[in-house]
Every structure is written in structure tokens, then in C-alpha cells.
Ligand binder design. Structure first.
Ligand code: ZN
Length: 340
């Protein structure tokens, strides 16, 4: 089943792409990028549905025609998605190979067919190279849409063959309006802050249970710096958490702290849910910016390793992260001894 949400802040981009497709000016390969959790995929699914609708009018697909029905059922012959298969940590070359006849044949129902790859940064090297050949010699009517939160980790040769389009983060009022359809104003504000302004990520993590887990991660970050928790215990706590929630929380916390350090100290972490984050903010100084950037890079590397097929030792990886987190405070020998 192909489902998506029609998000108000995406409409301009969707319409722009549809206009290009209508006058046959659309490129054959695009790389869509932007922050996690702002609805890039929803926008492209919305585009696809209208592209395949045989009687779309004024920015709406009809929902009734053969194109709409096949698309909604996930069986439109001119649409294909490459995503992570269950339990997989990468998009594999077999998946690209299985798409070869789709890529090579002409569209069956209309003028275009669309191969959507998300998240493109998880294409493994062989899959990326196989795809590259197709990007170089596209068959008529084929559209390649690559979607990525981290376009920098794609092969440069792939990036250079795609037109790049950035999805901006929605305005805060748009995001809050959207969240308040299902959340209280307070929940919406807190969740949005925690996800650095990304409304779909906020929606995913807004449950009371997730909020408590997120607060617990913030608390352990604080306790680590204050020397009140050791690395092994912190890593063990993190082991017990949902991996995505943990990494999302750590990435976002670091983003928020960096934002607070680099700009206005009062602008970040104002919500009462994030007491520990506020305390962290007050502990950190301008000289820590560099270390925070290193920690952020470590987080991205750790996430990549956890997603790789190498079966890394997760406890050790998380301990290494904790170590990197407290590193800027190593100067203080007294505190460091207690942590170690
Ligand atoms: Zn239709």
C-alpha cells in the first residue's frame, strides 16, 4: 500500500515538480535532501500519485482512476521503490538488479515511470555502482528520485549525476499547527523542540513513553559530564533502548546544544521537559564546540556501523560514544578519575 501525508509546507515543491513533468521539462535524476523527519518522502509520494493520476486537477489526484487505484494499492507498473528490506541495514545490489527490467522498459501506462530510492545513503557500494550505470544511460521516460538525509555520504559520482533539491524545514507555526491536530500545545512544543523542528520526527517520538526515554538519555548525558555515572552503566542503559530512538535523541540533543552554543543561549531548550538539556547547555562553553562536532561525527559513524552488516559489538560502540562525550572534560583530572 502506498500511503502518504499531504503536508502544507511541501505543496510548493510538489507543484513545481508536477509543472515540470507536465511540460516535459523534468530532469531524469534528482537527489532530494533535507533534515530528517520533515516529510520529503511524503512529498514525493504525493507527486507520484498525481503524476500517475489520469485525471488530476488543480493539485489533486482523483483517487478513482486506474492510475490512482493501482498506485494506492502499491501495484502501479510504472512505480517502484527501493528501500531497506526487513532486518537489512543496507540497500543491496540484488535490489538494484531486480529493478533492471523496470528501468530498461518503456513506461506502461503513461509517459513516465519512477524509481524512488530512500534513504539513498544506505545504498551499499555495489548497489550504488550498479545504479550509476543506469543514471549515465537513462531509458526514455525514466525518473530516478533519490532521497537522502545525508547527501554527503553518497558517492560523489552519483551526486554529480543528479539535480539536487533541498527540502527546507517548515516554519515553526506550520509545524505546530500540524502537530496540534493530534497533540496538545505543550506536547507539540516539547516534541518539536526535541526533534529540532522536524514535525514528522516529533510526531513519532511524542508518546509519553518516548518522551520519558528521551529525558533519560539527556539525564545520562548530564550525569556523565558531572561524573555521577560511569560509562559502562550509561552504555548499558542505552543498550536497552530502541536503537533509532536513542540515536535520534543523541543526534538531536547535539544539534540543539550546538545551536545553543553557536547562537543565542536563551533560544534553545526552553521547554520544561528538557531540564537536563538546559543544564547541559549551561555546562558547555564555546571551547567545547569543536568536541561537540567530533561527537556528532562519531554518532553518525556509530549509526552507520550499527546499520552495517558487520555485526559490531554494540555495547563497545556505545561505550566509545560515552567516552567521546566526556572527552572535553578530561582536562579536569579529578572529574576524569571519577568517570573512568
Ligand atoms: Zn486519478
Amino acid at each position: 500500500m502506498n500511503k502518504y501525508r499531504k503536508l502544507p509546507w511541501n505543496q510548493k515543491k510538489v507543484q513545481h515538480l508536477l509543472d515540470l513533468a507536465r511540460v516535459d521539462k523534468i530532469g531524469h535524476a534528482y537527489l532530494f535532501h533535507g533534515q530528517r523527519g520533515i516529510g520529503k518522502l511524503d512529498a514525493l509520494m504525493e507527486f507520484a500519485e498525481q503524476l500517475f493520476c489520469q485525471q488530476a486537477q488543480e493539485g489533486e489526484s482523483c483517487g478513482q482512476c486506474q492510475g490512482c487505484r493501482l498506485f494506492a494499492a502499491g501495484s502501479h507498473p510504472d512505480f517502484r521503490m527501493l528501500r531497506l528490506e526487513e532486518e537489512a541495514r543496507q540497500i543491496k545490489i540484488e535490489q538494484v538488479r531486480e529493478s533492471q527490467s523496470f528501468i530498461a522498459n518503456t513506461p506502461i501506462m503513461g509517459r513516465h515511470k519512477l524509481l524512488l530510492i530512500e534513504p539513498a545513503e544506505l545504498l551499499n557500494i555495489n548497489a550504488a555502482n550498479a545504479l550509476l550505470k543506469n543514471l549515465e544511460e537513462p531509458a526514455a521516460g525514466t525518473l530516478f528520485f533519490l532521497v537522502s538525509h545525508q547527501p554527503g555520504s553518497l558517492l560523489a559520482t552519483i551526486r554529480s549525476r543528479c539535480q539536487q533539491i533541498k527540502f527546507p524545514r517548515p516554519e515553526k507555526h506550520q509545524a505546530l499547527e500540524f502537530l496540534q491536530q493530534t497533540l496538545s500545545a505543550e506536547q507539540a512544543g516539547a516534541a518539536l523542540e526535541m526533534t529540532n523542528g522536524a514535525p514528522l520526527a516529533a510526531l513519532k517520538f511524542a508518546s509519553e513513553e518516548s518522551m520519558q526515554e528521551i529525558s533519560a538519555v539527556h539525564e545520562s548525558l548530564l550525569s556523565l559530564l558531572q561524573g555521577e555515572m560511569n560509562i559502562t552503566d550509561a552504555a548499558s542503559d542505552w543498550m536497552a533502548m530502541d536503537e533509532n530512538l536513542l540515536l535520534e535523541t543523541l543526534l538531536t540533543a547535539t544539534e540543539i546544544l550546538l545551536k545553543g552554543l553557536l547562537r543565542d543561549k536563551t533560544s534553545s531548550a526552553t521547554n520544561r521537559h528538557w531540564q537536563s538539556l538546559k543544564e547541559l547547555q549551561s555546562l558547555l562553553e564555546a571551547k567545547h564546540v569543536r568536541s561537540l562536532h567530533f561527537f556528532y561525527q562519531d554518532l553518525l559513524n556509530t549509526r552507520a556501523m550499527l546499520r552495517s552488516r558487520a555485526n559490531p559489538n554494540k555495547q563497545l560502540l556505545l561505550e566509545a560514544l560515552c567516552l567521546e562525550w566526556v572527552r572535553p572534560f578530561r582536562d579536569n583530572t579529578e572529574r576524569w578519575k571519577r568517570i573512568a
